[in-house]
Design a protein around this ligand. Structure first.
Ligand SMILES: C[S@@+](CC[C@H](N)C(=O)[O-])C[C@H]1O[C@@H](n2cnc3c(N)ncnc32)[C@H](O)[C@@H]1O
Length: 259
């Protein structure tokens, strides 16, 4: 299977922020996560915020617009050259590295206090990579620091199963857990989960999914037929839009600290 970043490279860089109806550059969508980070950045006296898989740096720019950035380094860690090229234009510090391999010692000189944040990245590691990635992140964090992430996850098992079936048909290794399974994996990896709150859902149009994953029209129609045949239409999860479908990726925000 192609490397997940390489596969969706066509929508990285300048195109990213308008993709999926502009979800990833919408201040109202970002607001609940931004509010939590501002709350904990102050309380933890963090002197560097690291956005893991930070993409074009939109969230860090929102933090800066909200007054964070004086005396606090804003670091975008991502493994996509195109995403970081766009982030660099916003004057953010960029680090090209893999979320599941980086070392805190390479992020910033000196003994800094970090706050790690992340939005919409954990699913890239697949079902088998979730626990090891959370363990790696835990090994990079020190007591008293925070890891605040908005992760695609579902309140009930059948909705997660539905989304996983769709992503399997698109031949990606992306995988979506339930909220309970995410909490359990965090705890097993050595995190204490302080708070879990809902984030705005992302409507995924089948035409956008086709463009993102390089699916030709025939493949997309076949996937669409399979999805409608095997899954009931359910408001807010799976809806019909003309010949297309719209699947809703649900997000939850997890506030974590080393246990
Ligand atoms: C769905 S986008 C989210 C971007 C950003 N967090 C946001 O909310 O706008 C996922 C991002 O994670 C990055 N990414 C995926 N897997 C990664 C990995 N293993 N290491 C570093 N970055 C990764 C991708 O390059 C992409 O920029």
């Amino acid at each position: 299977m192609i490397d997940p970043i390489q596969r969706e490279e066509a929508i990285h860089g300048a195109r990213w922020e308008t993709f999926h109806g502009g979800y990833f550059s919408d201040p109202a969508v970002a607001a609940p996560l931004i509010a939590k980070i501002l709350e904990y950045a102050g309380a933890s006296r963090a002197d560097a915020i690291v956005d893991l898989g930070g993409g074009t740096g939109y969230l860090l720019s929102r933090l800066r617009a909200n007054g964070l950035g004086t005396g606090v380094s804003l670091i975008d860690l991502d493994d996509s050259e195109r995403q970081l090229e766009a982030a660099g234009k916003s004057g953010l510090t960029c680090v090209r590295a893999a979320v599941d391999q980086f070392s805190r010692h390479n992020l910033s000189p000196g003994d800094r206090r970090f706050l790690f944040m992340m939005r919409s990245v954990l699913h890239y590691f697949g079902e088998n990579g979730l626990s090891s990635t959370l363990q790696h992140l835990r090994a990079q964090a020190r007591p008293g620091e925070f890891f605040i992430h908005q992760t695609a996850s579902f309140q009930n098992g059948p909705d997660a199963d539905f989304m996983n079936a769709l992503y399997q048909l698109m031949q990606t290794r992306k995988w979506y857990p339930t909220v309970d399974a995410t909490k359990a994996a965090l705890i097993r990896a050595g995190w204490r989960v302080l708070d879990v709150l809902p984030g705005p859902a992302l409507p995924l149009l089948s035409s956008d999914l086709g463009a993102r994953y390089g699916l030709d029209q025939g493949t997309l129609q076949e996937i669409s037929r399979t999805m409608f045949r095997e899954h009931p239409v359910k408001a807010g999860v799976f809806e019909k839009q003309g010949d297309d479908f719209c699947a809703f990726l649900h997000y939850w925000i997890y506030v974590c600290t080393p246990a």
